[in-house]
Ligand binder design. Structure first.
Ligand SMILES: Cc1ncc(COP(=O)(O)O)c(C=O)c1O
Length: 485
């Protein structure tokens, strides 16, 4: 992959290239293998009569035009939408013709979408090294599996948060890679715990090569790393020469402290951390000051591979996201894409690319993300207010400043059967929240967090109507009482 040749950092003479971390790759990924067909064919030129590829003729593609009605950020659901059109043969605006979107492509993704994502990445994260790139993914679940496989073979281990995304745990299980649980608090992974875990592994002759973290609105705990925490975790990764897999689908859902706190406006999350938004190193438009800096934006070495997803900020079954990191590492992801998904569906990429590039533009995209945050902030405020009313004495929680999860520490006593009784009681009265078990990175064998009076439930406030919060929390309170009676 040409290292960001046309990318936003192209004029930036001040930035150094990423450090070469190829030594952390599994042996099979250290050699950069091109696709065998491309290695034999080279790159066909325009003048060539290209009969090498197994591509169908676009003349046979039955889709002649695609039209979609798209909501305009800032306008309500009932207000007029904008019309997005993709034509079979004609490029419109920045987006390729439909035929191009629907034809086989390489494992990097549709060009116009990648260009938008580069511009977005420059604005949102201002990466601090020169040769970063983006590549589209079929969503972060797939991306997690691919990126793990770059750094871990079967029998290896990977550091993860004590409670973590079950999709990541399944990927590790399938790959035969052991999760190494790192303790957390209300700000997510504890740097000193990561340091301890890494030191112990190195002393045992099996150093870790990578750590997987969800730094913002963590799943399941809702924890968001402060800027100081992000810097400390990054420093530990540097000390132990770890790659950081930054899985951050809730990054743009940073909503600051709860409404009860004075001045809980958008700037809350970042400003409360004393973060100075600073300037984009290339002189471009700066990052939104409402958002904490990502680990990618703190990364001077090129050791963060960042996973973004459209799932929570456009729609999950677009199955589309993107990966950002050093170009030479994304070349390896491209190889993996070319033997699995090739790239996300051209229809998904086409609609997203046209919408972002031409219908919304960068300003509209940022306005959409702000609208989303306003919606999530309202929901979060209402949910925690009602939860505080009904769960007093029964459960405790930290108010999340990002994402969609509230991690309830439920007072269930020491009886090991209490969680099962609670779930049965909840089932009976008609409310469900996710119990702690699938998020447990210590494995089922380790049982609950620690023998003691607490068990956890993850409540997700994004899906149900807000007028369901009150009955849901009343039913939960009733169920806790039943389970502990
Ligand atoms: C931390 C985390 N990563 C990844 C995903 C899945 O993302 P995608 O839909 O892009 O596969 C989720 C979804 O719940 C998540 O919470």
């Amino acid at each position: 992959m040409a290292p960001n040749a046309a990318g936003p950092n192209a004029d930036s003479a001040v930035l150094s290239p990423a450090r070469d971390l190829s030594r952390l790759l599994v042996p099979s990924m250290r050699v950069h293998q091109k696709s065998p067909l491309k290695a034999v064919m080279g790159s066909p030129t325009l003048e060539m009569i290209n009969m090498a590829g197994g591509m169908p003729s676009p003349a046979t593609f039955p889709l002649v035009q695609l039209q979609a009605q798209v909501r305009v950020p800032g306008r309500g659901a009932g207000e007029p939408a904008a019309t997005l059109v993709l034509d079979k043969e004609r490029q419109s605006g920045s987006a390729e013709a439909l035929d191009t979107m629907l034809q086989y492509g390489d494992g990097r993704g549709v060009d116009s979408l990648c260009s938008f994502l580069r511009a977005h990445t420059q604005q949102a994260h201002s990466p601090q090294y020169a040769d970063w790139e983006v590549i589209t993914s079929c969503g972060s679940t797939d991306a997690i599996a691919k990126v793990i496989s770059l750094f871990c073979d079967a029998g290896d281990a990977l550091a993860v948060e004590r409670w973590t995304f079950p999709g990541a745990l399944s990927s590790l299980a399938r790959a035969g890679v052991a999760p190494v649980a790192v303790d957390m608090d209300d700000e997510g992974m504890l740097p000193e715990a990561l340091d301890r875990v890494c030191a112990a592994r190195s002393a045992g002759g099996a150093p870790l090569h990578a750590v997987y973290v969800v730094p913002t609105g963590q799943n399941p705990t809702g924890a968001t790393m402060s800027l100081a925490r992000r810097k400390a975790v990054y420093a530990v990764a540097q000390k132990h020469d770890l790659v950081i897999i930054e899985d951050d689908p809730y990054y743009f859902l940073q909503i600051g402290p709860a409404a009860a706190a004075p001045d809980s406006g958008e700037a809350g999350a970042a400003a409360s951390d004393g973060y100075d938004s600073g300037c984009d190193a290339t002189g471009g438009e700066a990052r939104d000051p409402a958002l904490l800096p990502s680990l990618l934006s703190l990364d001077t070495d090129g050791r963060v591979i960042r996973l973004d997803s459209f799932s929570k900020i456009l729609a999950p079954n677009l199955r589309c996201g993107w990966i950002t990191g050093p170009a030479y590492l994304l070349d390896r992801v491209q190889i993996l894409n070319e033997s699995t998904i090739l790239q996300p569906s051209g229809l998904s990429q086409g609609v997203v690319s046209k919408m972002l590039n031409d219908t919304w533009g960068m300003d509209g995209w940022n306005a959409h993300l702000r609208d989303l945050r306003a919606e999530y902030r309202l929901r979060r405020d209402l949910f925690v207010q009602i939860a505080a009313k009904h769960l007093d004495g029964l459960a405790e929680f930290a108010v999340p400043t990002a994402g969609m999860f509230v991690w309830l520490r439920v007072r269930l006593g020491t009886d090991p059967g209490a969680m099962q009784r609670l779930l049965a009681a909840m089932n009976k009265v008609g409310v469900m929240m996710a119990p702690e078990m699938p998020f447990n990175s210590c494995g089922a064998a380790a049982g609950p967090a620690a023998p003691g009076p607490d068990r956890y439930l993850r409540a997700a406030f994004a899906l149900v109507d807000t007028d369901m919060y009150e009955p849901a929390l009343k039913r939960l309170a009733q169920s806790i009482r039943t389970a502990t009676a």
